[in-house]
Design a protein around this ligand. Structure first.
Ligand code: G4F
Length: 330
């Protein structure tokens, strides 16, 4: 039986990845921050199911600053694979808390790499990197060779972490990979990200629970994919015979306004009647034309996105509608 450690297991990607690995008969050890657990219904459900399935999911409350606790966990578990997904993931917030963002995301990755390097044998290591490393990119679309040009403290921290993973692979021969992820969404996305904020608000407006949605830049563009597809790419990347960095993206650009069009139309609403501009949600600097070229993922890992953009938006709206109805009935 393979053993895996996941940092950030209670988040969107971590919970999908835990489910995937459990379905492949892994023993999964998830690292959680105390204050984040247990507060997410899907994660409570996963823990319940894993218990029923025979104790193959174990949770450990450790912060990424606690090097000795992390070291002890890795030496006790002797994992075959480590998936490093934890981090401060809000780009806008990173302008308010740049120091902790850089410490957690940049130095946290370095601390983990050092621990992995000291294991015998070292586990395979995946770092969930981000398209934010490209910021204002020198080429469109971006691939694994595109130079980094971040425009936020978050992007700079991810760039440091991404380079460290490459350096540890090249210098110490670690099986260490960067999954360079463009935006990826799902019904488990946090409600402060624009996508889930829109689908949740559309559902609440439809049910008469809200009447206004405050947003920043509606013309902002991103390459938005479906989160469960991305975590299946993470797993494929660590099963490959050699370590490498890999872009996960759809290759398609959409605007924030496209989310509004599809989500509100699906509920027979016109978003123009509800959306107001709020400068608090406008960024100090916006990346431009972040769109990935996932050729390596497709050709080498045989990875393909399973859900279209429209289908993903509608799936999230339907989930939020059902969830809001359940909460109202409770
Ligand atoms: O949903 P967002 O906050 O995602 P963002 O900044 O692209 O970051 C996400 O994707 C990155 C790439 O994978 C990750 F590295 C990162 O951790 C995170 O998962 O914002 C998307 C766009 C931005 O251009 C933002 O300016 O939506 C625009 N936007 C417009 N109004 C808004 C809002 N963003 C938020 N969060 N809230 C708004 O009201």
């Amino acid at each position: 039986m393979k053993r895996a450690i996941i940092t950030g297991v209670s988040g969107q990607d971590g919970s999908y990845l835990a489910e995937l690995l459990l379905s492949h008969d892994y023993e999964v050890h998830g690292i959680v921050r105390k204050q984040h657990y247990p507060s997410r219904p899907w994660f409570d459900n996963l823990v319940r199911q894993a218990k029923l399935a025979g104790q193959r999911l174990f949770l450990h409350q450790i912060t990424l600053h606690d090097t000795t606790a992390l070291q002890r966990l890795l030496s006790q578990v002797c994992p075959h694979e480590v998936y490093h997904l934890a981090g401060q993931s809000h780009v806008g917030l990173s302008f308010d808390i740049p120091e902790s963002t850089c410490d957690f995301t940049g130095m946290g990755t370095l601390r983990l790499l050092e621990i992995v390097r000291s294991c015998s044998p070292p586990p395979r290591f995946l770092h969930a990197s981000s398209s934010e490393i490209f910021g204002i990119p020198a080429q469109v679309p971006q691939d694994e060779t595109t130079p980094h040009h971040p425009v936020s403290p978050y992007g700079a921290a991810k760039s440091l972490a991404t380079n460290l993973v490459r350096i540890y692979r090249e210098s110490y021969g670690l099986f260490a990979c960067n999954a360079i992820c463009f935006n990826h969404e799902s019904p488990r996305r946090g409600t402060s990200f624009v996508t889930r904020k829109i689908t949740q608000a559309a559902a609440r407006i439809k049910l008469g629970l809200e009447s206004e949605l405050a947003l920043g830049d509606l013309d902002a563009q991103r390459d938005w994919g479906y989160a469960p597809d991305f975590v299946s790419g993470f797993h494929r990347l660590l099963q490959h015979h050699e370590p490498m960095d890999c872009i996960f993206a759809t290759g398609q650009l959409h605007r924030v306004q496209d989310w509004l069009d599809i989500a509100f139309n699906h509920l027979d609403l016109d978003w123009r009647n509800y959306v107001v501009f709020d400068p608090r949600f406008a960024r100090k600097a916006e990346p431009t034309l972040l769109v990935g070229r996932p050729t390596r993922a497709q050709q080498v890992l045989h990875w393909t996105p399973s859900l279209s953009f429209d289908a993903m938006v509608i799936r999230m709206v339907e989930h939020d509608l059902q969830w809001q109805r359940m909460r109202r009935a409770a």
